[in-house]
Design a protein. Structure first.
Length: 320
């Protein structure tokens, strides 16, 4: 394992609030992909005998690293190192279009390339094993769909409300076919309109029951509105459906990685049924379900997070 030298990389900014700081020891930098896209990476590397392994923590659609400072601190307190990066097109990684308010991707294979690059050139070179992957929503979808390529990399994988389907998917497929005929690839997808700077009130949000954590994210976005996205394109929606089709047609029976699927029973963003059904495709998987929990379990109320970390600690018992 090599010693990390941050001087090899361009320093990257990160956001903080007066009452919400990055955990101590943060290293924030840009990594250049082969196609010129810059990916923002942050990591926390513990020194000496404290370290018992490394977590690759990957966010969902329209999220950014700063949102997970609290979760990162929880992981560090377990004696683990943490590395995470903003997916291309969101956070402080390079956007794909000139209109930086749109979430756009030609194909999820570009996310696959970025994930593989970070694993091979950053994670495997500078961070101690064992490796644990934690992915939320879209991040969980991408990590899971790459497991056939990286099952020998990760000892365990935790998937928080992974994006494996949608409640009204038949209607979504219809809208995509309609959009492919009448809209350009980089047009806003039907139902997704430019809403730059428009905030969803806490009482109307579908992400968390915790008011303080929800408002904390709003404060971060107010400091840098371009850190989030304000609508998705037709091609991005098409790429999502294509990735779901890939997951469903793949034979996962030979995967040996231990998987923990987290299903939130008040989730209105992704399909709870799809999470349950997908978890059954893996022989070394466990499914846990949380009541009174919306889409973002790591951003939920304290009582839910306490139960969550008990489950995670049990799942990681032979590592931590």
């Amino acid at each position: 394992m090599e010693e990390f030298n941050i001087s090899k990389y361009q320093e990257a900014p990160y956001l903080e609030l007066d009452d919400y700081k990055a955990p101590k020891g943060i290293k924030s930098y840009f990594v250049n992909m082969d196609d010129g896209i810059k990916i923002r990476v942050c990591h926390w590397l513990q020194k000496g005998e404290k370290s018992t392994g490394t977590v690759l923590l990957q966010q969902g659609h329209n999220e950014f690293i700063e949102k997970y400072y609290e979760t990162i601190k929880d992981i560090l307190d377990l004696g683990l190192n943490v590395i995470c990066f903003d997916w291309r097109g969101q956070g402080m990684s390079d956007k794909v279009l000139k209109d930086k308010s749109k979430q756009h991707i030609n194909d999820f294979k570009y996310h696959d390339y970025d994930l593989t690059f970070i694993i091979e050139n950053i994670l495997s070179r500078y961070f101690p094993k064992p490796y644990i992957a934690i992915g939320h929503s879209m991040g969980g979808c991408i990590l899971l769909s790459n497991l056939d390529k990286h099952q020998n990399v990760f000892s365990k994988m935790i998937l928080s409300a992974p994006m494996l389907g949608f409640k009204f998917e038949f209607f979504l497929n219809f809208l995509i076919r309609f959009s492919q005929i009448f809209l350009k690839d980089d047009d806003y997808f039907l139902g997704s309109k430019p809403n730059y700077g428009k905030e969803t009130l806490f009482d109307d949000n579908e992400l968390t029951n915790d008011r303080d954590r929800y408002n904390r994210t709003l404060k971060l976005v107010r400091k840098k509105p371009e850190i989030r996205l304000w609508g998705v394109t037709t091609l991005w929606a098409t790429a999502v459906i294509n990735r779901l089709k890939f997951i469903r047609k793949t034979d996962w029976s030979k995967i040996k990685t231990n998987l923990l699927f987290i299903n939130c029973l008040d989730d209105k963003v992704v399909s709870q049924k799809s999470i349950v059904e997908t978890s059954k495709l893996f022989k070394n998987s466990k499914l846990i379900q949380f009541k009174e929990c919306k889409h973002e379990v790591f951003m939920e109320r304290d009582k839910t997070r306490l139960l969550l970390w008990r489950e995670i600690n049990t799942f990681l018992d032979n590592i931590i």
